[in-house]
Each structure stands twice: as C-alpha cells, then as structure tokens.
Design a protein around this ligand. Structure first.
Ligand code: AMP
Length: 410
C-alpha cells in the first residue's frame, strides 16, 4: 500500500524508531535505526508530500530532559536526507536541500503551527514522545492530539511494534483505513518475519543462542510447532546439558529451569523436531580474554572450567544442518563472541548461514547480539534479512500479536 500511495500534498505523520545510542557529547554512535527508515521518508518527499517524524529516545522518567532530546539528531537527519546512500549529495526529493525543522514539544501550538506550514519536500521532527507519560500509557486523548498533525499515518517503527503505546498503536484509530499504513522498513520486517513463521520452506532450522534459557522459553516452545531442527548454543545450552545429566563445571546454568529444559526436549521428541545441543565446547579456566582453553565434550567439563563457545565437532554438526536448511532463523550468539578467543563458534555459524543463503535458503537474523555478530563479521549482506527489531521480533516469534502491526492490519 505504501509504495502505491501518492503522498503529493499530504502531510505524513510517521512513527519512526530513532532510539539511537548517543555518547556524552551527544554524538550518535550507531545510526542504523535512522538509516533504516530514510527510504520511507524519501519516498514521501519525492512524491511531493511532507513528513512529520515522531519517535522516542531513551527512557526519560520525569518529563523533558536535555539528555533525551531529539534535537541532538536534527543535524544528522539533515545530512542523511541530503545524501544518497552512495554518498553523493542530492536532496531527498531529487535535488536541492531538504529542510528539517524541529518542534521542541511533540504536541501543542508550535508543533501544530509548524506542521501546518510545512510544504511538500520538507521534514518536521517532533520532540521525544516519552516526555509525556501518556505515550507509554497508550492514552487516547494524547494519541488524538498527535493524530491531528498529519493527514496520513505511517508506522515505520518495528522496534516498538510490540508496545501498545499512543504513537505506535492507539493513534491508528484516528485515521481511516486508507490513510494508515506500514512504511517500507516495517513492511519489509513484517514480510520477512511472516515468511519464516508462516510460509517457511522445509527444512526449517532455528538457531537459538545467548545467555539465558529463561529469555527464550516461549520462542522455543512456539518454534516446536514449526521448525524441523532447533540448534541450541551459547550459555543457555548448559542448562539443557546439565538437566540431561552432564557435568558442566562452572558453565552458566539456571538450575530452576532444568525441568523446563527436560520438558522442551520431551515435547520436541513427541513432535518430531530435532533439538541439537553442542557436543563439544571450548572451555576456559576463567571468564577472561587470557584464559587457558581446551576443546572438550560439553557434558564432561571439569570442575572450575566453563564452556564459553561451541567446540569444533559442534561447529561441524551445526554447519551441516544449516547448509541443508531452506529456512533459517537465527537469534543469539553461540558463545562469548565479544572476546576473540570465544568468537569462532558464532563466526562459523554466521558463515554457514551465509553459505546456505547463497545456495537459496531464506535466512532471517534478529535479536540484538546476533545482529551485532553478523555485523562484526561483515556478513550482514550475505544473509536474506537482518531485523532491526530486537524485542519486537522475539515477541513475534513467541507467537504474540504485536499491537503496532494489529493496529494497521485489523
Ligand atoms: P542474549 O542477550 O541472551 O542473546 O545473550 C547474549 C550474551 O550471551 C552475549 O553477551 C554473550 O557473550 C553471552 N554468552 C553466549 N554464550 C555464553 C556462554 N557460553 N557463557 C556465558 N555467556 C555467554
């Protein structure tokens, strides 16, 4: 719908996710989230429409706070809108300078006046929505005030799609069906997530890693209904290994989740889903970059040692499964990839996913640390899709209906 909509003379009120990290000097240290939504804004401007952008930034507790002001993003937004992605200068509407205005309150007279005066090809960035408690409460009256700023509502903030906030969900009530839609980023995110969860070509392999079992129980349970193989790596694997009677030394373990782990293994057996735990691990005598290390069976880790990465045999087995798969979902690293000594497992799995993708599989990587990992190993463009939505993507794969998606679709 977004691509065929003509925004000429329309004021598009766009919910973006500009929740970017800033350093002490208010420099943006990672602008991925801003970059991701630029094509949506450019399309609106190129049509002859104007864009009114609203976002949250950080977690302000007590109203307006300089540290969380979106004014710190104006300069960079202006730069991004005035250059093509190959770096050559050009206006967002195809030549010329795209003006970016800022309203230091997201509602009220100044915002309304600036929005009203905005001409085709111009952009207005509103101050942090979370300076009002009403935003996170999903307050209707607040959502209605925001809605008055634009003619069309565009949601391009997949990162907050799992929140029923005023600007991400409630606001959609105030627009007719043909005047509310996903932006290009949100469309792509939803399409790739739906493809994996609902139209997966088999074999479908889910790779789940990271630190804690407790964070991933719901996603594993939902995937048991859909995947053919589930690879479990990272710190969470040791709770499963201990529950099966293995010796895991000082490896990460959630003792109170061992029964859950056994239940998951049993359920998988009943459903014919293969769960793969790492047969071997790289173990270390301390959690440190200069630790002594060995490759050893994951269920025979000596006391005082801990598994910090998957071992060579596990890499071989996991890679074979990945290379035979037609659909791949990857969430969470295989080890402590932040330290060079323990990055090999995660890197090898990333390479296997890339190889499988080159051979025609559809691969979706999502969730903070696996995204950081594919970026670290320069493999982001070798997988089918890298999601920008950490928590939102997880909740989607837990089988929950995301309020930001439902508000537009239903
Ligand atoms: P999560 O946020 O749950 O996806 O966990 C990611 C974190 O888990 C990363 O910071 C990894 O360093 C950490 N991690 C992965 N494998 C292990 C392990 N075997 N032991 C301890 N931490 C791990």
């Amino acid at each position: 719908m977004f691509s065929s909509f003509n925004f000429n003379n329309q004021k598009a009120l766009v919910r973006v996710d500009f929740n970017v990290p800033l350093d002490d000097q208010f420099n943006i240290t990672d602008d991925t989230r801003m970059m991701a939504t630029i094509p949506t804004i450019k399309k609106i401007l190129a049509d002859g429409g104007s864009a009114i952008l609203m976002s949250h930034l950080g977690r302000p507790k007590d109203g307006p706070t300089d540290k969380y002001s979106l004014k710190h993003l104006v300069k960079h937004l202006h730069e991004l809108l005035n250059k093509d992605f190959d770096g050559s200068p050009s206006g967002a509407g195809g030549g010329g300078d795209t003006k970016v205005f800022f309203a230091d309150d997201c509602i009220g007279e100044q915002a309304a006046m600036t929005a009203q005066m905005l001409r085709g090809g111009e952009v207005l960035l509103l101050e942090n929505l979370r300076f009002y408690k009403e935003e996170e409460k999903g307050d209707k009256a607040f959502a209605e005030k925001l809605s008055k700023l634009g003619d069309v509502y565009v949601n391009d903030a997949f990162g907050t799609a799992h929140r029923a906030h005023a600007s991400t969900a409630v606001i959609a009530e105030f627009f007719p069906k043909d005047k509310k839609m996903f932006g290009l980023l949100m469309e792509a995110e939803v399409k790739s997530a739906e493809k994996v969860l609902h139209q997966s070509e088999k074999p479908f392999c889910a790779i789940i890693g990271g630190a804690k079992v407790s964070d991933k129980i719901l996603i594993i349970e939902n995937l048991l209904e859909r995947a053919t193989d589930i690879i479990i790596g990272g710190g969470m694997a040791y709770t499963f290994l201990k529950a099966r009677g293995g010796n895991i030394g000082n490896s990460l373990c959630e003792d109170d989740r061992m029964q859950t782990a056994l239940d998951i293994l049993e359920k998988a057996k009943q459903k014919g889903v293969s769960i793969h735990l790492p047969e071997t691990s790289i173990i270390a005598d301390k959690f440190a970059a200069d630790a002594d290390t060995k490759d050893c069976p994951s269920d025979q880790i000596p006391a005082g040692w801990m598994g910090l990465d998957i071992g060579g045999k596990a890499i071989g087995i996991f890679s074979e499964i990945i290379k035979k798969s037609k659909t791949i979902l990857w969430n969470g690293p295989m080890g402590v990839f932040e330290m060079e000594k323990f990055q090999n497992g995660t890197k090898s799995i990333a390479l296997a996913v890339a190889e499988s993708t080159a051979n025609g599989a559809f691969s979706l990587v999502g969730g903070g640390d696996s995204v950081a990992a594919v970026n670290k190993f320069n493999l982001a463009d070798k997988v089918s899709y890298v999601s920008t939505g950490g928590g939102a993507l997880l909740e989607y794969f837990e089988g929950k209906e995301l309020p930001g998606i439902a508000a537009i679709k239903n």
